[in-house]
Design a protein around this ligand. Structure first.
Ligand code: PLP
Ligand code: SF4
Length: 396
């Protein structure tokens, strides 16, 4: 396990400086649209969106009033974790508010260069549980297959920030075949979770090639795709893509959502297409300080997800990835969110709150305690309102 002290940093850590006030200039009222030349067709084309990702402060300044801090952080982050934002996702950002939840997920801040002594290079010890490059085998019956390190937008809190965006390459044919051989040889594996990076950034035929290879393995019962693309690049969800996915059922999808603002008409359309292709959709949400750590915000997100037929699956405690301490909340915050959901709203709107154990123990669920005491089969319980009830277990 690597810790902060053993990481070689490409640059001197920046001093923590500068207030977060936006720079207000004479151009404040003038809102140039750097994509005004784009036709509707281009805007709706996922390849156009990818090609026009915003990666530099000069480009971002055209659409946002960046704070001094953000400008400095974008500069310092060069050569470290990549910054990239699709024009679509950038347009969801508040122009003036550097606390905008969409903005804080994608634009680096100087806090990222502060390392806590508890930060870990590989927070969930995925590299140690990797029998073959690109494959993480932690639980006996399922594996994680990482097919690319590229994402449409890089989340600053990414648990795989050690690798995402470093090459923007996908797995080589040779490595993929090694991974496939391992799955073939390991008969206990019944579930293959294709992730990355973001697998939906692969071209249709490339992605289909990978899914088809997995599907041909007789003991693989289900295939899952883990992705954030329906949220950061919803244009990628095309009839041609869903036409491919539906050939390989049962195929499930876990979509990474963070905030109700992310659920736009484009995202609704993308999720509808996936649902219509018979892909069961689940959500994964990282609990993030000042982004979604209030129970009203999380509840709204869960309700919006049900409306687009996405079943809330997991809320994750933020992993101990390097430079992400400012995103983390106490664990009690997550437990309290579940407390505010369970019983108070549709059961389907209640995900599991889990901590992916540092060092590689897998996901550990934590939540409110409803069993107050037990004595000779007399179980004392409390409900969501705090009312106390007894249940007598069978005596023989
Ligand atoms: C999260 C994860 C899985 C899948 O876990 P589920 O609880 O089945 O969704 C599998 N492998 C690894 C390494 C994981 O991190
Ligand atoms: S989309 Fe997922 S893998 Fe990519 S940067 Fe965000 S959290 Fe990391």
């Amino acid at each position: 396990m690597s810790v902060a002290g053993s990481i070689v940093l490409p640059r001197e850590p920046m001093k923590m400086v500068i207030g977060a006030e936006a720079i207000l200039s004479a151009e404040e009222e003038y809102q140039p649209n750097p994509w005004k030349e784009a036709t509707n067709e281009e805007w709706e084309d996922w390849r156009w969106q990818l090609k026009h990702r915003v990666t530099r402060a000069e480009q971002l300044k055209l659409i946002l009033n960046l704070s001094q801090e953000e400008i400095a952080a974008i500069e310092v982050s060069k050569g470290r974790m990549a910054t990239a934002i699709t024009p679509y996702f950038a347009k969801l950002m508040d122009r003036n508010d550097s606390n905008c939840p969409i903005r804080r997920q994608a634009i680096p801040t100087l806090e990222e260069f502060h390392f806590s002594p508890h930060d870990l290079f590989d927070p969930c010890a995925e590299d140690e549980n990797s029998p073959v490059h690109g494959l993480v085998h932690r639980y006996p019956d399922r594996v994680l297959l990482l097919v690319t390190d590229k994402c449409a937008v890089y989340c600053r809190y990414c648990t795989r920030r050690r690798m995402v965006g470093s090459s923007e390459n996908c797995i080589t044919e040779a490595k993929l075949d090694e991974a496939i051989s391992y799955i073939q040889a390991t008969k206990k594996i019944r579930d293959v979770l294709i992730s990355g990076g973001d697998p939906l950034l692969l071209e249709d035929d490339h992605l289909e090639g990978i899914i088809a290879k997995v599907r041909r393995i007789p003991h693989v019962e289900i295939i899952r795709i883990g992705t954030r693309v329906p949220v950061t690049l919803p244009q990628r969800i095309t009839p041609s893509l869903t036409g491919i996915l539906k050939k390989y059922h049962p195929l499930w999808m876990s979509i990474h959502f963070s905030h109700p603002k992310e659920i736009t008409k484009e995202v609704r359309r993308a999720c509808a297409l996936l649902s219509e292709a018979g892909v069961p959709l689940g959500s994964q949400t990282v609990l993030l300080r000042r982004i979604n750590d209030r129970s009203v915000v999380m509840k709204r997100l869960m309700h919006e997800l049900l409306k687009i037929r996405v079943r809330p699956y997991y809320i994750y405690q933020c992993d101990l990835a390097m430079g992400t301490e400012h995103f983390r909340t106490p664990i009690a915050v997550g437990i309290n969110i579940i407390e505010k959901l369970r019983g108070h709203t549709t059961g389907y709107a209640v995900p599991s709150f889990v901590i992916d154990a540092p060092g590689g123990g897998g996901k550990i669920p934590v939540g409110p305690t409803y069993l107050i005491s037990q004595d000779k089969g007399k179980m004392v319980l409390r409900n969501y309102q705090g009312k106390v009830f007894e249940y007598q277990e069978p005596q023989s």
